[in-house]
Design a protein around this ligand. Structure first.
Ligand code: ADP
Ligand code: MG
Length: 463
């Protein structure tokens, strides 16, 4: 019984030397992505040339379309690194995640209209809008961006290749709303800009929500695949689209387990975003479920109920959410045995008797721990690769503090995730200097809206 669990845990465990090796490879791929348009990492230029200083002021409407939630906000930039924000959010209905993509934009406009129904918000019209879009976009300017494809199990092929700004602007016009879409940013970029507004040392952002991705500060002269001035010292932001790390390798680059392979082959974007699938909130619960399925097949656990009445919920894909794993792990850490048993019965559908329950709780918690730790480790691979690149290219100094803004429910809520990730990036970059770690991870909760507003304000400042 223990053997099986131990074996899986050891397959999920990534030793530090392996992480260092992956991080070096990641750093090479950062460079390749700036040189070639067909590289493993898309390394998308964002056309953000005006980085906020924290002095910007103004009121802006913002929309953030994530993989799970839609967030609308009225952001008031107050200058002096301060802002106030009034926001609302809605889950994105599953019915919109496939079929015609225009339905998503109609939904956004509808929710903006609802948000504006508050008289004091409506009084602010006309408003400029900053649009945060958590999917890859090919930009030619801050005001345009073609949708390159979907991810995170969304599949609306008809709008691929279309301009996300135009699609949103048309939906807003159809409702007669006096709002102009002035900036389009990826969520990573929005998060980075927002944290930059708060703290000038910010050089990178990471998203750990439904999906996972990151952005960082780069010199325009390094973007050699596109027509950027070659000797331009101007800084800009790059959206790495890091979820594709490892995708195009014939020899598997990532230490995939059979569970990752199954998850990938059964997902809507098979063979794509393999790195993201090992890291993000959309997938960790599913990896856990696939492990449980194998454990049940091997007779290590039983589904609750007899064979004939096998609980459909546990065998259907994505029926166990990362939040369920996170709640269970939290209950385990806080020694809330009753809550553990409740989640095991109701969410995991695993049979537990009085004699076996302690052992099962511990085994399941160790599995959750290994899956979430592996996610942290891979995230640390990406962060340390960017950090080394920035030092090597003299964009930051090794003696300076380097702030990384991190957003997303996985990072915010998974027990100890943020603490472990911080420890890992320190461990991987400390070198001979045992005491100091220059990388500081900062929680940038729901901040991408502030960044979208700061992007508009920063351009207005230099006009
Ligand atoms: P979005 O990706 O739409 O911006 P979030 O950042 O809120 O939204 O991330 C949603 C993802 O986070 C979902 O995949 C969900 O499973 C996961 N999640 C939600 N709550 C928790 C939690 N308490 N612990 C861990 N993961 C969570
Ligand atoms: Mg998000």
């Amino acid at each position: 019984m223990d053997c099986f669990i131990e074996e899986i845990i050891s397959e999920l465990t990534l030793p530090v030397p392996k992480l260092q090796e992956l991080s070096l490879r990641f750093e090479e791929e950062l460079e390749n992505g700036l040189l070639r348009p067909d590289a493993m990492l898309k390394m998308l230029p964002t056309f953000v040339f005006a980085l906020p200083t924290g002095s910007e002021v103004g009121k802006y409407l913002t929309v953030d379309l994530g993989g799970t939630n839609l967030r609308v906000a009225l952001v008031d930039l107050l200058g002096n690194h301060k802002y106030s924000i009034r926001k609302d959010s809605w889950p994105i209905p599953d019915s919109l995640k496939s079929g015609h993509g225009t339905k998503i934009f109609t939904f956004i406009a509808q929710k903006i209209e609802e948000f504006l129904a508050h008289p004091e918000i409506e009084a602010e019209l006309p408003l400029k809008l900053g649009f945060t879009f958590s999917f890859p976009i090919q930009q030619e300017s801050l005001q345009h961006g073609c949708i390159m494809g979907w991810s995170k199990e969304i599949e609306c092929a008809d709008v691929i290749g279309q301009d996300a700004v135009k699609l949103l602007q048309e939906s807003l016009h159809q409702r007669g709303l006096d709002i102009s879409v002035e900036a389009l940013v990826n969520d990573t970029v929005g998060t980075l800009l927002a944290q930059k507004y708060r703290d000038d040392r910010t050089g990178m952002s990471v998203i750990l929500g439904t999906g996972s991705n990151a952005a960082y500060i780069e010199r325009c002269s390094e973007i050699k695949k596109q027509n950027f001035p070659k000797n331009d010292q101007q800084l800009t932001l790059i959206n790495i689209e890091w979820g594709t790390f490892g995708d195009t390798e014939a020899e598997p680059l990532l230490p995939l387990t059979r569970f990752d392979v199954t998850l990938d082959s059964e997902s809507k974007n098979s063979k794509q975003q393999k790195f993201e699938k090992m890291i993000s909130g959309m997938y960790l619960g599913e990896i856990f479920r696939l492990i449980l399925c194998e454990a049940v097949e091997k007779g290590i656990f039983n589904w609750t109920g007899t064979d004939e009445t096998k609980p459909a919920a546990s065998v259907s894909p994505y029926s166990i959410k990362t939040k369920d794993m996170s709640d269970f792990h939290e209950a385990f850490v806080s020694e809330n045995r009753e809550k553990c048993l409740e989640i095991i019965a109701e969410k995991f559908k695993i049979e537990c008797s009085t004699e076996t329950s302690d052992k099962i709780i511990t085994q399941l918690a160790r599995l959750c721990e290994s899956i979430s730790l592996r996610s942290c480790c891979l995230c640390a691979v990406g962060i340390t690769a960017v950090y080394r690149r920035l030092i090597r290219h003299d964009i930051i100094k090794s003696t300076d503090l380097f702030t990384v803004a991190v957003d997303g429910s996985l990072y915010q809520h998974y027990p100890n995730y943020s603490k472990i990730l911080q420890e890992l990036v320190c461990q991987m970059t400390r070198g001979s200097d045992e005491a100091c770690c220059r990388i500081v991870l900062v929680m940038a909760e729901d901040l991408s809206s502030v960044g979208a507003a700061a992007a508009i304000a920063a351009i207005e400042n230099i006009k």
